[in-house]
Design a protein. Structure first.
Length: 89
């Protein structure tokens, strides 16, 4: 059984490669209709994660963006801690 780990959670995905590809493609296609009530932009990263199980190109793309986002996030938090707040009085 194939799993995707997100933090401490394990999410089960289809056993076959064709099933995972179909699920990932469906999530990406659903993300294109983000303005509809049930569908949303959340489906795009979910589709990329499912596709990254089998595709080295998608996995590399996802990992690069994950690293960039994490570095950006840490830089923003570091700046927020270093900058003093406004002085009153």
């Amino acid at each position: 059984m194939a799993y995707i780990r997100i933090g401490s959670a394990k999410i089960r995905v289809p056993r076959t490669r064709a099933g995972r590809t179909a699920l990932g493609g469906a999530l990406l296609a659903g993300g294109a209709f983000w303005w509809l009530p049930l569908l949303g932009i959340w489906m795009v990263p979910a589709g990329l994660v499912v596709l990254s199980v089998d595709s080295h190109r998608v996995r590399r793309f996802r990992r690069r963006n994950e690293v960039k986002t994490l570095r950006w996030w840490r830089t923003q938090r570091k700046r927020a801690r270093q900058e003093p707040g406004p002085k009153f009085g």
